[in-house]
Design a protein around this ligand. Sequence first.
Ligand code: NAD
Length: 412
Amino acid sequence: MSFLMSVLKQYDLVTEKLKLDDGIRERLRYPKRSLIVSIPIRMDTGKMKVFMGYRVQHDVTLGPSKGGIRYHPNVNLEEVSALAMLMSWKCALMELPYGGAKGGVCCNPREMSEKEIECLTRRFTTEIIWAIGPQQDIPAPDMNTNMQTMAWMMDTYSMQKGNTVLGVVTGKPLVLGGSLGREEGTGRGVYYMVEESVQVIGKELKGLKVAIQGFGNVASTAARLLFEKGCKVVAVSNSKGGIYNQNGINVKNLLHYAKENKTISGFPDVDTITNEDLLTVDCDVLIPAAIEGQITKFNAADIKAKIIVEGANGPTTPEADAILTSRDVFLVPDILANSGGVVISYFEWVQDLQFYFWTENEVLNRLKNIMTNVFNRVLLLSQERKVDMRTTAWMLGINRVSEAQKARGLFP
Ligand code: NAD
């Protein structure tokens, strides 16, 4: 089943439970707007190459749309549409004044020079320029994009508008109106969610065994914060495979090693494992923080973790969800677990619009407050209604968008 099919299946299940009005139900099943662009680039060899780019705005009822930009060989319209829908429910669940969007370019940045990536980013931004803006649609980083990508997007947009527009993207460098805490925001939020979940099952962080799929922005931040709190991070991975040590990996040393060597392979005193093995190693907490579709009906029954905190978007298929629920695995769904990124992005946008910037403590305290409050609201409702955490989170998100649509009425 494709990722989009999985997301739509989940949508159908939840909207059935919500008894959503048929019209609104159908309307929210489709994106408001999908944009496909071709991006011609002069490569370093002198030859021209054309890449396909996408921006999907799923819904804008609650405010401008918001969502990351991904550079990856698997990017296509279906994947971006699924991710855009997830962003709508995530922003609504977190009570942000945003709709959901997502974008991406089908490319392999690992095979491209920095100059080529800059050209690609600037031309992509130009092709979608009429659809984005601080009051319209606000991109942010996602897989294989970062602060530098956002700086190029912001510069390209500003040059064409004729004035500097800070609020057009978030996840920018501090010197261009970025927010303190943004780069680590998603991973820190994942860490807060582990902290909360552990209390639910009556354990404590110290000595807890954690396996993390990925070692990019989200995964490495969560790994470091958990390591600092005394957790045993027993496994991490990248696209090529994982490393494992049942007594725990020294994450500080690994971060240093990864920075020096641009890889985690070859790190001493660990066994190598596959990404598939990583999901079923002996651990208390599993954090899938790489890509979608990793926990499936084929491996869900073998997962040892009692807690799963979804750093990635869409790492669990609906069939796997059913298996995990029947096994009483406590799962914090992506739209809650990785919302730290969009929450701090919202803070960044607010600061940019006001030209007034907050301290790191203000940012992190507000993030923790919002995330733990929403976590407890979802937990309480899920216990009251006896439905799993994902269904509950989706219900809250979809319900908020639906209420807003009812209040606005149908145009014309
Ligand atoms: P990243 O590019 O920094 O890291 C991605 C990691 O996944 C890397 O370690 C990479 O090696 C690994 N990976 C790639 N392909 C893989 C594969 N086929 N199998 C296993 N591992 C693979 O990206 P990121 O920003 O850390 O994003 C990771 C996930 O978190 C994505 O699902 C993204 O949508 C989600 N997310 C990110 C943010 C954010 O603020 N960066 C916010 C919300 C959600």
